[in-house]
Structure formats: structure tokens, C-alpha cells
Ligand binder design. Structure first.
Ligand code: G16
Ligand code: MG
Length: 214
């Protein structure tokens, strides 16, 4: 039976993808090319440096490791400038309510995000207090679809992977949850997240019953 819920951040709790897209696009434009919002979909849940490699590949631009570090830092500075202006109004519909609901029903909660900026975001939107554990890009080295981020979450909560449900908007994240032997609930479109145990449009559609009946 289920003892814990692990939540992805971008696309589940809050929509930071729009800020990532703006900052990455600014970087790409500076390098002389552009990419679409559809391409941006492929970057969801992917770590900063892996994202940069994919983007440089789109632009057929090649950079040394040192240059890549500098470009990633430049993008992150632009990104941080935007996320430090975020407010609780940007919390996705039903996210806060569902977090409160599961906690009231004695489930443990953890964040399982690829982002190294997750604490900044959670503080900005005022949701820090609703998580028993925070696992993000600062604690893990392997990017989703590797299950590391969720397995560390289970460990920090002192529960078994089979006792966890992961909420994810990215295909890579659903695959990570399944690879870690966890239940996966997709947030978004069923056609895209076909490997999930259940797909809902947003946390506003979630109930304890749906989670227990997976
Ligand atoms: C998020 C985003 C990704 C981003 C990654 C790393 O993952 O979906 O697009 O590249 O974080 O973010 P940062 O540059 O802040 O470290 P998640 O796992 O929260 O969906
Ligand atoms: Mg996500």
C-alpha cells in the first residue's frame, strides 16, 4: 500500500517551463539560432547541462566543456532573475490543495525534481512547509529517466519504492518512476504519458481514492 507521494516540480506544482524556455531561447538567439516551443517539450525534466547539449545540437553549434559551463551559468542567471519574481499565484490549480489533502491523510510527501533551483521556487510560492523531504538536482547526479532522484526521495522518507506514487508531467520522469518500481501518475495528456498508471490533466483532478486504486 501507498505511504508516500513524490512530486516533480516543473509541470506538476508550478509551470517554470515557460521561464526555462525564455532563458534558453535568449541563449540560442545569442548563438545565432532559434528553437520552437514544441522542441522545448523535449527539455522537460532534463537536467541543465543535458538540456544545453540538446539545444547546441539543434543549432549545430559545438562548444568545449568550459564554454558549456559558462553558457549554462549565463542561462541560469537569466532564469533565476525570472523565478525570483514568482508568486504563490503561479501554483498550478489544485497543487496546494492536493498536497494538503495527502498530508492530512498521513501520507508522506517529497519533492523529486531535476532542478537545482527548487528551493528558490518553493520559497517564492510558499510551499516549502508541505514537503517532508526535498530531493533535487543538487542531491543527485543521474538525470531522469534514471530513477535516482525518486529512489533518494523514498530513502529520505524511509519508505520502500513500491510504497511510493510519483506525480510527473514528463515522459522521462514517468520512465524514471517505473524504473524505480514506483507507481506513476502522469500530469498532462494520456497520449504522451502512455507509460503512466493513470493520467490526469492536473492535480485538481486527483483524489485519495484514485491514488489508492492504481
Ligand atoms: C526541471 C525542468 C527542466 C530543467 C531542470 C533543471 O525539471 O523540467 O527543463 O532543465 O529542471 O533545472 P535547473 O536549471 O533549475 O537546475 P523538473 O524535474 O522539476 O520537471
Ligand atoms: Mg516536470
Amino acid at each position: 500500500n501507498i505511504k508516500a507521494c513524490i512530486f516533480d516540480l516543473d509541470g506538476v506544482i508550478v509551470d517554470t517551463a515557460v521561464y526555462h524556455y525564455k532563458a534558453w531561447r535568449r541563449l540560442a538567439n545569442q548563438l545565432g539560432f532559434d528553437f520552437t516551443e514544441e522542441q522545448n517539450e523535449e527539455l522537460k525534466g532534463i537536467s541543465r547541462i543535458e538540456s544545453l547539449k540538446i539545444i547546441l545540437n539543434w543549432g549545430a553549434v559545438s562548444k568545449s566543456d568550459k564554454e558549456m559551463q559558462e553558457l549554462a551559468t549565463l542561462k541560469n542567471n537569466w532564469y533565476v532573475e525570472m523565478i525570483t519574481k514568482m508568486t504563490p499565484e503561479e501554483i498550478l490549480p489544485g497543487a496546494k490543495e492536493f498536497l494538503e489533502l495527502v498530508r492530512t491523510n498521513h501520507y508522506l510527501t517529497a519533492l523529486g525534481s531535476a532542478s537545482k533551483n527548487s528551493e528558490t521556487i518553493l520559497k517564492q510560492i510558499g510551499l516549502m512547509h508541505l514537503f517532508d523531504a526535498l530531493v533535487d538536482g543538487n542531491k543527485v547526479t543521474k538525470s531522469k529517466p534514471n530513477p535516482e532522484v525518486f529512489l533518494v526521495g523514498a530513502k529520505e522518507l524511509n519508505v520502500q519504492p513500491e510504497e511510493c506514487v510519483v506525480f510527473e508531467d514528463a515522459i522521462a520522469g514517468i520512465q524514471a518512476a517505473k524504473a524505480g518500481n514506483m507507481k506513476a501518475i502522469g500530469i498532462g495528456r494520456a497520449a504522451v504519458l502512455n507509460e503512466a498508471d493513470l493520467v490526469v490533466a492536473g492535480l485538481f483532478e486527483m483524489t485519495i481514492e484514485k491514488m489508492e486504486n492504481l
